[in-house]
Write a protein that binds this ligand. Structure first.
Ligand SMILES: [Zn+2]
Length: 302
């Protein structure tokens, strides 16, 4: 029967070292979650300024990709060693459930539990002292694996060596709760993805569909396409400027210097809109801009 070995633990707890010294010369496939995360980050197309939501999706994606590679290897009869964090029982359960469903395999976990001194030394060696706070948090966050999760053998790796540690099995309810949490999390992510997909479609459609163009200066309004507006001199997104960003919204007869955008830009203060200082017309313009492009689909009531 093929075997998958997870080596889990906090940053700088010695996972890679342990794997190199115990498995590198064996006939096993060694996979590292870190490689999968780097790949997901690169493919996301974001650099340092990655939004939280994108970061979270990259982590999920990396977890999914690593899991399917583990399963693929086991199906081919290869033993696998996977370096993972898997602090939370619920994350491990997703893995173990999927592996159990796909293939007959032995599952074991090594949990890196270095003593405080050893761990500080590892951090120092990796010049990580400055970020210590977050690593301390990491060790506290680890939920020690429990046999009830479906793991055949659980080993604690401490400064004293390796020992089998099978805690008393937790109640069934613990598994039910963990699976429920994961299902809810997936659902939430899918819903958000669906919403952003719909918004992208709406933005794309604004390039060709007719929509309401409101001149903020003279009050003229026309239900026309972006192309028609451009030809007759309108300054309006998507061709001119961006939806939801303050910029001129004018017809071909009016001028930028009479716009809210101009007023804010030339106020000699920070270019920030203070709603309390706007007159009624400016406020209407500002609210319409903030609600774009949806605010341009239906004609406004007088
Ligand atoms: Zn006008």
């Amino acid at each position: 029967m093929p075997k998958v070995t997870f080596v889990i633990g906090a940053t700088a707890s010695g996972k890679t070292y342990y794997i190199n010294h115990n498995f590198a010369d064996k006939n096993v496939e060694i996979l590292n979650i870190y490689d999968y995360q780097q790949k997901a980050y690169e493919e996301s197309g974001y650099g340092q300024m990655m939004p939280m939501a994108v970061h979270f999706r990259c982590l999920l994606r990396a977890n999914d990709d690593l899991l399917s590679d583990i399963i693929e290897n086991l199906k081919q009869g290869n033993d696998v060693v996977a370096e993972q964090t898997l602090f939370k029982a619920k994350r491990r359960i997703v893995y173990i459930d999927a592996i159990r469903e796909a293939v007959d395999a032995e599952i074991e976990i090594y949990v890196m539990c270095p003593g405080e001194e050893r761990w500080q030394e590892n951090i120092r060696l990796r010049k990580l002292e400055d970020d210590r706070g977050s690593f301390e948090m990491n060790t506290d966050e680890i939920e020690f694996p429990n046999p009830a999760e479906g793991i055949d053998s659980i080993y604690e790796v401490s400064d004293d060596g390796v020992k089998l540690r099978m805690d008393p099995p937790l109640e069934e309810q613990f598994l039910i709760d963990a699976r429920k949490q994961i299902a809810e999390e997936r659902e939430h992510v899918e819903k958000e993805d669906e919403e952003s997909r719909q918004f992208e479609e709406l933005l794309e459609s604004m390039k060709t569909r007719p929509f309401w163009h409101y001149c903020e200066v003279c009050g003229k309004k026309e239900f026309i396409t972006d192309e028609e507006a451009f030809v007759s001199g309108w300054d309006y997104p998507p061709k001119m400027g961006l939806f939801r960003m303050l910029g001129p919204r004018t017809c071909g007869n009016c001028q930028m210097k009479d716009t809210l955008y101009w007023k804010i830009q030339t106020s000699r203060k920070l270019p920030i809109v203070n709603e309390a200082k706007l007159n009624e017309n400016e406020l209407a313009t500002w609210r319409r801009i903030k609600g774009e492009p949806e605010s341009l689909l239906e004609e406004e009531k007088e």
